[in-house]
Write a protein that binds this ligand. Structure first.
Ligand code: SAH
Length: 232
């Protein structure tokens, strides 16, 4: 099967699974997912599956990327904050449907690789930094939209709520354990927040602080099961 045929099959699956937003479908069609994943998995680039990207992290399943982007209700006038750059794929999808993306990653080696891929694809409306996304990005706040691509335990980080515009929307996975994790949509109003539970998911945890070299060395020595892969 050619890459084009695999891509069409994936788009059909996304449509069947409830992705109706044509801007989101067009973004998935235009962004080459293979550029964001290790060579050994290139044949699976257009399968609807999460894949390891090194340091115990994963690039999300295309359906999850599409559902979260659609749920974000984003348009091309909006400034979006992403927490968890990872491979850079979700940021690249966002870059096609909004005005500007700010993306934060706590693992420096992942961020460097993501930035290289985004540069090679000549994506120009994404700014990334290595930092603790739980603190948000004070200098760039407020944001029209915030998307968190790692799971919080019970509550969204306070700083992210603060940095959301009035009328703004945040998509965030939350839940104590993977079995009970769901994606939530939080909307900010003049007088408070509204929270809707959307669908069940399984994200890697949202962790505090920038990853230390010793944490990264330990992940390389002792990778989580199924994710035994070094960044390349
Ligand atoms: N959006 C990514 C998915 C990455 S997986 C993609 O499209 O590939 C989640 C990422 O969140 C991991 O890379 C992890 O290191 C990062 N992460 C977890 N906690 C974080 C935090 N507090 N600040 C920034 N990044 C964080």
């Amino acid at each position: 099967m050619t890459v084009e045929a695999r891509k069409i099959r994936l788009i059909m699956k996304l449509r069947k699974s409830g992705i109706t937003n044509t801007a989101v479908l067009a973004a998935i069609e235009r962004v080459p997912r293979e550029a964001f994943i290790p060579k050994m998995f290139h044949d699976q680039a257009y399968e609807d599956t999460a894949l390891p990207i090194g340091l115990g992290q994963t690039i999300s399943q295309p359906l999850v990327v599409a559902l979260m982007t659609q749920a974000l209700r984003v348009n091309d006038r909006m400034k979006v904050l992403e927490i968890g750059t990872g491979s850079g794929y979700q940021a690249a999808i966002l870059s096609k449907v909004c005005r500007r993306v700010y993306s934060i990653e706590r693992h420096r080696p992942l961020l460097h690789r993501a930035q290289k891929v985004l540069d090679s694809l000549q994506v120009r409306n994404i700014t990334t930094i290595c930092g603790d996304g739980m603190q948000g990005w004070v200098e760039q706040a407020p944001f029209d939209r915030i998307i968190v691509t790692a799971a919080a335990t019970t509550e969204p980080p306070e700083a992210l709520l603060d940095q959301l515009s009035i009328g703004g929307v945040m998509i965030i996975p939350m839940g104590y354990d993977k079995a009970s994790q769901h994606i939530y949509r939080i909307t900010r109003y003049e007088d408070g927040f509204d929270c809707e539970r959307l669908m069940p998911t399984r994200f890697v945890p949202l962790l505090p602080h920038i990853a230390t070299p010793s944490e990264e060395a330990e992940l390389l020595r002792n990778p989580p099961e199924h994710l035994a892969l070094q960044p390349n």
